[in-house]
Each structure stands twice: as structure tokens, then as C-alpha cells.
Write a protein that binds this ligand. Structure first.
Ligand SMILES: *Cc1c(COP(=O)(O)O)cnc(C)c1O
Length: 339
């Protein structure tokens, strides 16, 4: 990436599928990163440093050291345990300490706390203090800015002064931080970003803009129609709670052409998917049934027809985690790589 920023390609959204991860490598990422050990394990044959991006559980340290080269941390007890385990395996595990810049998820909150934690980590054998990082916009919705990331680089300098050497990694956040790179406003001490959404969807969530030169339709969900019938748009009878405990409301649009597809909330999140046939309207879903209004479509749908949807992040995450959805990976030239 221009501006000397290394990218850690975040693979959790697609459950660490190594074929997709390899595309990240071919695209030039310097690390692969995941929040789940199960996923990092799937990536072990790919020769690139791996980062565990969820704070490790004490109970999983052996595997963290085995499958990740670096982990994001905010608890010294955990880092000490990592040091012991890594030493016993004759390894040195990289530590990135997290700084909470206000989003109020993981990380040290006070500057003095992070600096003294860095000093301590720097003295633990079996680990190497690689640097610091932060995460924004995930929990508190705090937008990455020159100001808050500027604080991160200021903290970096204080740490370097204190420990007498420079830090390798200053990780400035997730896809929401990418907009600062686009705008040329990323504080220059930041030299790493952990990108998932951005690489998969080419979407700048903060400004709700599509990044130029990226594809936005890499994840397509195909579903099969199991019923088509003309029925009213409004249910008949007294309306109570639906299968998910909500009381639904319906417009009366008379008789419409309704299709049911064989997929449901067990597999996907219907708020985050859009039919490729834009004249189709998603009416709702239960666990296993997706209900569509196809009245306005010019297509000749019948039972057995396939309806395709473009997926956004939340739906991709859900679909990739559903064992009921078959995953097929293709090149754009339609060559099937694996079922
Ligand atoms: C999920 C995650 C990321 C990647 O987030 P995107 O918004 O998908 O880029 C980066 N860092 C951490 C710590 C994460 O948990």
C-alpha cells in the first residue's frame, strides 16, 4: 500500500478459507489475521506471518503460540503465559499491545498504563514487543480520525523513548481507518492496518462510499424457489408474535406473487442481502424460509428457479458459518477452483 502501510488481511468473515486467503496473499498482504484459532489453523500451510486479532484466552495459549506468530493483547497475565509457553516451545511470539482510543472495546486506556505495560512486556522472555495497535468503530462506533490516531503515534513515540528502540508495528485499526489513507490523512507513524471488509467488499463504511477499482459482488448467494403462489400481502387473522418474537406489520397491497426460497435466518441475515434482480422485494424470513414478492419481476420464475443475492458483510459472515450453504469458489472467468 502507498504511504508505507502494511496490510494484515483479516480472514474471519470467511471462516479462514485458505483459497480465499491465498487471494489476499496474491493481492500483496503482509500478514493474515483472524480472531479464531480454528481459522488460523486452517491457514497454517500458507507461508506468511499470522496474527491472532482477538485477545487470546488463557486456556488457548498453546495453540495461539502454535498457529499465530503475533497476537493482539491487553492483559499482562496473558502475555506472561504466552512467554512461558513460547519459551517451552523454543519460540518467540510477537506481542502487539492494544490501546483503547475511546471506542471502549479492548486495550489500555491510560497512556502511562500502556507505556509501563510495554516496558514490562519488553522484559518478558519468549515474547517480543512488536508494537501497539488500536481498534475503532466496532463497539462504540468511534470514527478513526487524524486526532485519535495521532494520539496512537504520540504514544508510540513515548514508548520508543522509554524502551530505547523503535517499534515495528503501529496498527491503526480495521477497514474503517482506510478512509484516512484514501484521503492522504493517515498520521505517518501508523504503518499497519487490519483489513477484512475493505478487501472483500471494497466498501468504505464510514463515508458509505465504494472504493474505486474494487469489486463489490464477490459473494453471491444462490437460493432455490420451493413455492410460487398468488396470495394477499397481508396475513389473514389476528397478528401475534412471529417466530422471532416480533409483532410484524404488513401493508395491504392486495394479491401479490409470492415466492418462497429454501434458506432462512438460520443461514443468513436478510437485512444484508440484495436480490440481483432488483425488481424482487424481500418480504421476510423464518428460520428456513425466505419469502419474496416477485410480482414486479419480468423474469419467468418457477419452482426450482434460482434467485441470486449480493451479500454484505453481516450476511457473508452468516452464510459462511452456515453448514447448510454449499460454498463454491470461482474465478471471475468462471473457472471453478473448489466445491
Ligand atoms: C474484525 C477485526 C478486524 C477487521 O475488521 P474489518 O472491519 O472487517 O476490516 C480488524 N481488527 C480486529 C481486532 C478485528 O476484530
Amino acid at each position: 500500500m502507498e504511504q508505507n502501510i502494511d496490510v494484515a488481511g483479516v480472514t474471519k468473515c470467511f471462516c479462514g478459507n485458505p483459497i480465499i486467503a491465498r487471494e489476499f496473499l496474491m493481492g500483496g498482504v503482509s500478514y493474515l489475521a483472524d480472531s479464531r484459532l480454528e481459522n488460523l489453523k486452517k491457514l497454517r500451510m500458507l507461508d506468511v506471518p499470522k496474527i491472532m486479532i482477538r485477545l487470546p484466552m488463557i486456556s488457548e495459549i498453546e495453540e495461539v503460540v502454535k498457529y499465530a506468530d503475533i497476537s493482539l493483547n491487553s492483559e499482562l497475565d496473558t502475555v506472561k503465559k504466552i512467554g512461558q509457553v513460547a519459551s517451552s516451545m523454543d519460540k518467540v511470539h510477537g506481542i502487539v499491545l492494544m490501546v483503547d482510543l475511546g471506542d471502549l472495546r479492548e486495550g489500555f486506556f491510560n497512556k502511562e498504563d500502556i507505556i509501563s505495560a510495554c516496558e514490562e512486556v519488553n522484559s518478558i522472555s519468549g515474547v517480543k514487543l512488536m508494537g501497539i495497535g488500536t481498534n475503532l468503530s466496532c463497539y462504540g462506533g468511534v470514527v478513526p480520525t487524524c486526532e485519535n490516531l495521532g494520539r496512537l503515534t504520540e504514544i508510540k513515540e513515548s514508548i520508543e523513548n522509554r524502551i530505547g528502540r523503535s517499534l515495528d508495528i503501529v496498527s491503526g485499526g480495521n477497514s474503517s481507518s482506510y478512509q484516512l489513507v484514501e484521503a492522504g490523512k493517515m498520521p505517518c507513524g501508523v504503518n499497519n492496518l487490519r483489513l477484512g471488509t475493505m478487501l472483500l467488499l471494497g466498501h468504505d463504511e464510514v463515508n458509505d462510499k465504494w472504493i474505486k477499482g474494487t469489486y463489490h459482488d464477490c459473494f453471491i448467494l444462490k437460493t432455490e424457489i420451493v413455492e410460487i403462489k398468488d396470495k394477499p400481502s397481508k396475513p389473514i387473522g389476528e397478528i401475534g408474535k412471529d417466530a422471532f418474537g416480533n409483532v410484524p406489520a404488513f401493508e395491504d397491497e392486495g394479491i401479490i406473487k409470492r415466492a418462497i426460497c429454501a434458506i432462512g435466518k438460520q443461514d443468513t441475515d436478510i437485512k444484508w442481502m440484495e436480490p440481483l434482480d432488483r425488481s424482487i422485494k424481500i418480504l421476510g424470513a423464518s428460520s428456513d424460509h425466505l419469502i419474496l414478492d416477485i410480482s414486479k419481476s419480468k423474469m419467468d420464475y418457477h419452482v426450482g428457479s434460482i434467485v441470486e443475492f449480493q451479500l454484505d458483510y453481516v450476511a457473508i459472515l452468516s452464510v459462511m458459518n452456515s453448514t447448510y450453504v454449499r460454498k463454491v469458489i470461482k474465478n471471475r472467468d468462471e473457472k471453478v477452483r473448489e466445491g
